[in-house]
Design a binder for this molecule. Structure first.
Ligand SMILES: [Fe+2]
Ligand SMILES: [Fe+2]
Length: 331
């Protein structure tokens, strides 16, 4: 899954930024412009560090919260093959969250701080996970559209300027393409099935299309951090560029399996070589960002419950590690 790098509550305004040493800043900018990777021990401007911590931790949270809507369907998968695939996919998302928390930790923020920010509602995660999964076709639609949108966003991040983030993204992208394929395969099977199955597939596309388009974040004119992030190569393409690419590859996929994208204004623009699309309901997007998504409260309750019930595992692992260290020290 992925993140749109949203403004967190209590985020310091840009004007509060520290004044950096101009010579160091210039050397840093030259390295970034030359496509050098920045590594954890290298000097970096405070604003770069903060933007990365926010983006990588939001990305990590999105992976972990993203396990919930699909995890709900593991026990209800229609057969053993589908269950095995879904289990593997949800485990992959857990792994993505862990690599990303580890990458964010190299910037000097602790795992506990990040988890606490998530559970207390200070940190954001992708708005898409605050929508419910009502039918099995939703599992298909999520893989196809949500993981499909994630790939669009994450492929350029393999060349993001921060080394640990870029390297985590290489493996994540390989796994995301499997996620997209399994989702599209579910949709293909349903769309070629009985009338009831076709209706289920179309209904899932109807509900997930617009939230998927919104996953790319606010339009460029309302995305104040984009220019700086592109200059520092934290981001390599803008929200609107990525959204357009996603629409252009996904519409023919829907047509190929006989489903209709729920946008009456969608038309091929010969001159641009791209699809024109209808107006996005940004009021809905910002409402979900503010935590008013249909199942936002349930998602956070499920996360906090899992964290609390898993306390004994963390304590047992820490006790085991301490015992080992003590034994090694004694030897
Ligand atoms: Fe993922
Ligand atoms: Fe995924």
């Amino acid at each position: 899954m992925y993140t749109t790098e949203l403004k967190d509550k209590n985020q310091a305004p840009q004007s509060a930024a520290v004044v950096e040493d101009p010579a160091r800043l210039e050397a840093f900018e030259a390295r970034v412009a030359a496509d050098d990777f920045i590594e954890p021990k290298d000097w970096m401007p405070e604003a770069y560090r903060k933007t990365l911590v926010r983006q990588i931790s939001q990305h990590a949270h999105s992976e972990i919260v993203g396990m919930l809507p699909e995890g709900n369907w593991i026990t209800r998968a229609p057969n053993l093959r589908r269950k095995a695939i879904l289990l593997a996919k949800v485990q992959d998302e857990g792994g993505h969250g862990l690599y990303l928390y580890a990458a964010a930790e190299t910037l000097g923020t602790s795992r506990e701080e990040m988890i606490d920010a998530l559970h207390s509602g200070r940190a954001k995660y992708s708005t898409i996970f605050n929508y419910p999964t009502l039918t099995w076709a939703d599992i298909g639609a999520i893989g196809w559209l949500v993981d499909g949108a994630a790939i669009m966003n994450q492929v350029p991040l393999q060349r993001t300027s921060y080394g640990p983030y870029a390297r985590a993204m290489v493996r994540i992208c390989k796994e995301e393409s499997f996620h997209q394929r399994q989702g599209y395969e579910i949709m293909t099977a349903l769309a070629a099935g009985t009338d009831a199955q076709k209706r289920m597939a179309q209904d899932a596309l109807n509900r997930w299309w617009w939230p998927s388009i919104m996953m790319f974040g606010p339009p460029d004119e309302n995305s104040p951090n984009t220019a700086q992030s592109i200059r520092w190569r934290i981001k390599r393409e803008t929200n609107d560029e990525l959204r357009q690419k996603f629409i252009d590859v996904t519409v023919p996929q829907a047509e190929a399996i006989g489903l209709t994208v729920p946008d009456p204004d969608l038309t091929w623009n010969e001159a641009r070589g791209s699809y024109d699309y209808g107006a996005i309901d940004w009021d809905e997007f910002y409402a979900v960002v503010r935590g008013e998504g249909p199942v936002a409260k349930e998602r956070m309750q499920a996360r906090v419950k899992a964290w609390e019930e898993g306390a004994w595992v963390r304590e047992a692992a820490a006790a085991h590690a301490a015992k080992h260290q003590a034994r090694e020290a004694a030897e």
